[in-house]
Ligand binder design. Sequence first.
Ligand SMILES: Cc1cc2nc3c(=O)[nH]c(=O)nc-3n(C[C@H](O)[C@H](O)[C@H](O)COP(=O)(O)OP(=O)(O)OC[C@H]3O[C@@H](n4cnc5c(N)ncnc54)[C@H](O)[C@@H]3O)c2cc1C
Ligand SMILES: *[C@@H]1O[C@H](CO)[C@@H](O)[C@H](O)[C@H]1NC(C)=O
Ligand SMILES: *[C@@H]1O[C@H](CO)[C@@H](O)[C@H](O)[C@H]1NC(C)=O
Ligand SMILES: *[C@@H]1O[C@H](CO)[C@@H](O)[C@H](O)[C@H]1NC(C)=O
Ligand SMILES: *[C@@H]1O[C@H](CO)[C@@H](O)[C@H](O)[C@H]1NC(C)=O
Ligand SMILES: *[C@@H]1O[C@H](CO)[C@@H](O)[C@H](O)[C@H]1NC(C)=O
Ligand SMILES: *[C@@H]1O[C@H](CO)[C@@H](O)[C@H](O)[C@H]1NC(C)=O
Ligand SMILES: *[C@@H]1O[C@H](CO)[C@@H](O)[C@H](O)[C@H]1NC(C)=O
Length: 533
Amino acid sequence: MFPVHRIRPRPIIHDIKVARVSPSFASFSPTKMKPALGFLLLPWLAASWAQNVNQLRDQLAAHNITALFKNDAGYSAAATSYNIRYTVEPLAITYPTDIQQISFVVETGAEQKLRVVARSGGHSYIANSLGGKDGALVVDLSRMKRITVDSQTKNAVVEPGNRLGDIALALNAVGRGLPHGRCAYVGIGGHSGFGGWGFASRMWGLTLDNVLSATVVLADGSIVTTSQYSNPELYWGIRGSSASFGIVSSIEFRTFAVPPSGTGFEYLWEMDIPTASHAFAQFQSWALSGSIPQTFGGEIAFMKGSSYGLVEFAFFGAYFGSDESFNNTVSPFFSELPVPNVSANLTSGSWIEVLEYLATGVGPLNTSGQPDIGSDTFYAKSLMTPMDVPLTNASMTAMVKYLAEEGFNSSDFWHVEVELYGGKGSAINQVLLDDTAFAHRNTLFTFQPYASSSNLLPPYPETGFGFVDGIVDSITSNMPRDWEWGAYPNYIEDRLPDWQRRYYGPHYERLKLLKASVDPADRFQFPTSIQES
Ligand SMILES: Cc1cc2nc3c(=O)[nH]c(=O)nc-3n(C[C@H](O)[C@H](O)[C@H](O)COP(=O)(O)OP(=O)(O)OC[C@H]3O[C@@H](n4cnc5c(N)ncnc54)[C@H](O)[C@@H]3O)c2cc1C
Ligand SMILES: *[C@@H]1O[C@H](CO)[C@@H](O)[C@H](O)[C@H]1NC(C)=O
Ligand SMILES: *[C@@H]1O[C@H](CO)[C@@H](O)[C@H](O)[C@H]1NC(C)=O
Ligand SMILES: *[C@@H]1O[C@H](CO)[C@@H](O)[C@H](O)[C@H]1NC(C)=O
Ligand SMILES: *[C@@H]1O[C@H](CO)[C@@H](O)[C@H](O)[C@H]1NC(C)=O
Ligand SMILES: *[C@@H]1O[C@H](CO)[C@@H](O)[C@H](O)[C@H]1NC(C)=O
Ligand SMILES: *[C@@H]1O[C@H](CO)[C@@H](O)[C@H](O)[C@H]1NC(C)=O
Ligand SMILES: *[C@@H]1O[C@H](CO)[C@@H](O)[C@H](O)[C@H]1NC(C)=O
């Protein structure tokens, strides 16, 4: 789950091992949760919170719900974020095993006016599933892993403790598949709540586009069903911004017959600035040409070159048409590029073999052998570009130059992914803008600039933020001033000044109304949650 692996299905370079560190948590203090009350109330508050903590512990125990509080064995490991740039201390981490238990945890938390958050796979970039800041009540869903597939409809009911790799295996066992990202360890809860892009998305849409219904626990502990027919506004909201409205406790997905075969591919070059700028521009021309079939999914990526003025350039993805037609499909782009001078790799096989090939380096598809792998210390941003205002050559060249020069000088361990969402016929963009809360149905590319500390461990260098900001600026400062770019809420960050507009665009106002109606007391609260006013 390290960045080099994440964008390299066949890591040909080094294999980085990260030691699990136990972060030193800032000591717990009730004032952190209620700073506004001031020091005069502190003695009362401390007593009251202590009592509440004991009461909470007793209530959960009485319902047989496992819970870890500070100082309990296992708490530190359980409170460790995937991005260890964050150290967050939840009030408690609970492990419900069914929907009734989730309901009880939420109701009890709400009574004590706690902030409540769900954790599925725990891969939030900013520790939102630990609350983002101290004092939250975490509902960890990892003990809810059922997956069933209806033999008639082939719809799958998936509990939110599942990871993407395990879901892919379970569905494949009955000849079915879903579109989603290739990191097997990402959880379905966050992934399907905010997007879910993968190499099958141009063919089948985002993960959230295939949510047919869901069971949701609301802030008062009530359990509701949402679908097109039942609580439709909530159904709209959980497909794009789920975490602000409730705890999605079970999800029914539409599934697809797996394609008979596919090809996974990865090509790597080292390029100078003019060559890489040209390659980038050609990738866009190809994407806009209308010639890419839905069965193709892919991206280009940039990494540090071996000397100043060079970048490493990658082109990788999957094609789910016939093996013979793969070369014809990619040749309009490929023929514009030099011969790959780092590596070239291609695998043909079944659907699940292609997923396995693409996941290699980010872990096995079956995650049950290892509960989790890796962690990272990083900052990432996103930039979603509208299809109707293509990138200027100046913007693409500026980014390449920045990466080949500033990027070479940077000691961070970085990469920039440019994922193909659009192009004619892409299923992602065929969904009507207002059908789901996801706000970007006219996207050509989603960029993900990502920089880790050099050894992937804390502390994160202060210069990393500016370096990553500069990648996005190299593009936006070479585009028209009124260019409406977006940001992807699954590559969430907490340093984006106008995040409401960038993540949710025209949907933010409607999300606020939904928030006011289903969670007026703001129990489901974290740094980028929807605010009702
Ligand atoms: C290594 C790696 C690879 C990735 N690759 C891709 C990719 O290829 N494509 C892509 O689109 N994204 C990708 N992502 C981003 C990923 O989709 C998001 O980080 C996602 O939100 C993680 O989901 P999670 O359940 O693991 O995370 P969590 O941290 O558990 O949850 C993320 C957010 O969702 C909320 N949430 C979780 N479960 C529920 C629930 N049941 N009900 C309500 N709210 C819930 C949490 O409270 C939190 O706010 C990747 C991330 C990583 C770290
Ligand atoms: C808790 O578990 C015990 C022992 O299995 C059982 O007797 C009791 O009914 C359970 N309580 C609840 C609330 O589920
Ligand atoms: C690849 O080719 C480029 C020229 O386009 C050259 O600068 C670079 O050194 C080569 N890299 C490798 C690893 O061969
Ligand atoms: C942009 O770059 C591409 C590829 O390098 C080139 O073919 C095209 O003519 C350029 N467009 C402009 C407007 O300069
Ligand atoms: C496609 O091209 C690759 C080289 O890029 C080659 O190895 C492979 O044999 C070709 N496949 C077909 C089916 O032509
Ligand atoms: C391609 O991937 C296969 C399977 O992992 C590996 O054995 C092979 O060495 C790779 N080839 C190249 C040229 O990188
Ligand atoms: C995953 O591996 C475990 C053993 O570690 C096995 O019991 C389980 O059946 C596997 N799951 C799938 C879907 O293959
Ligand atoms: C990168 O570092 C070199 C050597 O210190 C310096 O000459 C060059 O100006 C730096 N480039 C940038 C873009 O900062």
